[in-house]
Design a protein around this ligand. Structure first.
Ligand SMILES: [Zn+2]
Length: 89
């Protein structure tokens, strides 16, 4: 079995960023801006590397506490605002 390390925070951001952007008016959804927002969020949040299979990583993410979720929401909103006011597209 192939064992690898994975940043579950990145998976978490990928899975949840779209929902956050849905709630923000005027945010650009082009590929460049979405990548910029994702990079900003991932730079701010502490990475969470796990050496496990993808299934286990997903179940770990379900254990993300409310504090982490709030932190993610906060980072995602401020990153979206930053990119919207200074887009690279
Ligand atoms: Zn854009």
């Amino acid at each position: 079995m192939l064992v690898d390390v994975k940043n579950v925070m990145e998976t978490y951001v990928e899975m949840n960023l779209e929902h956050v952007l849905d709630e923000i008016p005027n945010v650009c959804r082009c590929e460049q801006c979405r990548a910029d927002i994702k990079a900003l969020v991932l730079n701010r949040l502490r990475p969470m590397y796990v050496s496990t299979s993808k299934g286990e990583a997903l179940s770990m993410m379900q254990a993300f506490d409310t504090g982490k979720q709030v932190e993610f929401l906060c980072c995602a909103r401020s990153a979206a605002a930053l990119v919207t006011s200074n887009p690279h597209h």
